[in-house]
Design a protein around this ligand. Structure first.
Ligand code: C2O
Ligand code: CU
Length: 478
């Protein structure tokens, strides 16, 4: 049987969808001012999905599609999303990267109760700041089941203009059933790693029973389509092209390259930086990179992931020049001579003015796990049995990471952007992000002003690490 691991999702299939996301314009007195409200209707439900690479399977979706519909609004508008839950379990939506008010942050058990099957919940928040974001479910393993989508906030001023713009969501999937890939081995919650040894179908997962082993991904897609089914991005010679790269994968970090072109990175996690030209960029789960390139090399090229297996499995998009007759697109090559931009290469575009005198509170965050344990931990603790980081509103907070595990961890903080400490640079040039890959044996610090009262989840954006304990809560006391 050749099924997808997501085929366990049967209930809810065929449930009536709500109205399919017409965006209606109304006016509201949100925050005491007249702002334009952009309303979207999302039905979370099971639906058949076809990535264009066999087989077809059932995923969990917003409005029957994977990824969910693109939300595209202007900075300062009010986003209102009416979520109706047709799934057989509770769900939420988290607005990854947007510093919303705590009650709108969409983390079950922390900022709201999960929206029960059959129930409706209305999210409403100001679209701010401009940039590229991801929305996704924050309940259990639902992100991996298809519940995510792109969110683009256009700047209120006109911003830089482009001839073409594409939003590309990078996705990892399990396509084969061979060797138990479509099933997942549950790690023993008794603390003895993979000793349990029982293969179980995904349908009976649940955090109560201990975390799940990460599945082996063998299918990659961009905007819900794998190669060769995916439609090429079309460009014209001379075009200035912008790509918004969003990594909504559950556990894959990509190294990307566009054959025949260099890419200029302009934004990290929505924050503008001094442009950096590169051949290869690395994008972790939850990260967003805005890049631009000039279409100055007519032909038929692939934007593709470099690591072995990824490109072959579908993480590639043809970039085709209009009017060029050339059937076969060319794959990028990867070697050591290429420029490969890293965090140290980036500098903030608009040097931030902050009060350096604000008191500083420091937390060390040691990341470990994975080796002889089913758990992934911060300071040896397994969420929810993890000490909260308690801070006062207005305080300067520093998190000092050191990664003692064998894996890289894209650490994500809700409700705030943070500065990445770079001792080689003046503080004004430190970049702002909301997700940062902390590599094996790396020590790195982030700093932020706790200015958004509430309880903010802080965790590794590898879904399987998060669900296996690598998380805690920053409590900002108002
Ligand atoms: Cu993408 Cu806790 O989030
Ligand atoms: Cu991790």
């Amino acid at each position: 049987m050749n099924i997808n691991r997501r085929t366990f999702l049967k209930a809810g299939l065929g449930a009536a969808f709500g109205a399919c996301m017409p965006s209606i314009f109304t006016s509201s007195g949100f925050a005491g001012s007249e702002k334009k409200v952009r309303e979207f209707h999302f039905s979370a439900s099971a639906a058949k999905v076809n990535l264009g690479i066999d087989p077809e399977f059932v995923a969990w979706t917003y409005n029957g599609q994977v990824p969910g519909p693109e939300i595209r609004v202007r900075e300062g508008e009010i986003i209102r999303v009416v979520l109706k839950n047709y799934l057989p379990e509770g769900t939420t939506i988290h607005w990854h990267g947007i510093p919303v008010q705590n009650a709108m942050d969409g983390v079950p058990g922390i900022t709201q109760a999960a929206v029960k099957p059959g129930d409706t919940f209305v999210y409403e928040f100001e679209a701010k700041p401009a940039g590229s974001f991801i929305y996704h479910s924050h309940a259990k393993y639902q992100l991996d089941q298809g519940l995510y989508g792109p969110l683009v906030i256009e700047p209120s001023n006109s911003g830089e203009s482009y001839d073409r713009e594409y939003t590309l969501m990078l996705e990892d999937w399990v396509m084969k059933d061979g060797g138990g890939v479509a099933q997942t081995q549950r790690r023993s919650s008794m603390g003895h790693g993979m000793m349990g040894g029982m293969m179980r179908p995904r349908m009976d997962f649940g955090p109560e029973d201990g975390p799940l082993l990460e599945p082996v991904y063998d299918g990659y897609a961009v905007n819900g389509m794998g190669y060769p089914a995916i439609r090429p991005l079309e460009v014209k010679k001379g075009d200035k092209v912008r790509l918004r790269l969003l990594n909504s994968s559950s556990s894959t970090i990509y190294y990307l390259r566009l054959a025949g072109h260099s890419l200029t990175i302009t934004h990290l996690d929505s924050n503008p930086i001094q442009p950096v030209e590169t051949d290869v960029l690395r994008i972790g789960m939850g990260e967003r990179y805005d890049v631009k390139f000039t279409a100055d090399n007519p032909g038929n090229w692939f934007l593709a992931a470099s690591e072995e297996g990824f490109g072959e499995s579908g993480l590639r998009v043809p970039v085709r020049y209009l009017g060029v007759i050339q059937k076969e697109a060319q794959m990028p090559t990867f070697d050591r001579s290429l420029r490969f931009a890293t965090y140290e290469d980036f500098r903030a575009l608009h040097p931030a003015k902050e009060d350096p005198a604000a008191e500083e509170r420091i937390f060390s965050q040691t990341l470990s796990g994975g080796m002889h344990s089913p758990f992934w931990t911060i300071n040896g603790q397994v969420y929810p049995d993890a000490d909260p980081l308690i801070v006062r509103n207005g305080e300067r907070v520093k998190l000092s990471y050191s990664n003692h595990s064998m894996m890289p961890h894209p650490m994500h903080l809700h409700g705030h952007f943070f500065k990445v400490v770079n001792p080689a640079l003046p503080r004004e040039l430190w970049i702002s992000k909301d997700t940062l890959i902390v590599d094996h044996m790396q020590r790195i610090e982030i700093e932020f002003i706790a200015d958004n009262p509430g309880k903010w989840f802080h965790h590794c954006h590898n879904l399987y690490h998060m669900e296996a304990g690598m998380a805690n809560v920053v409590v900002c006391q108002g």
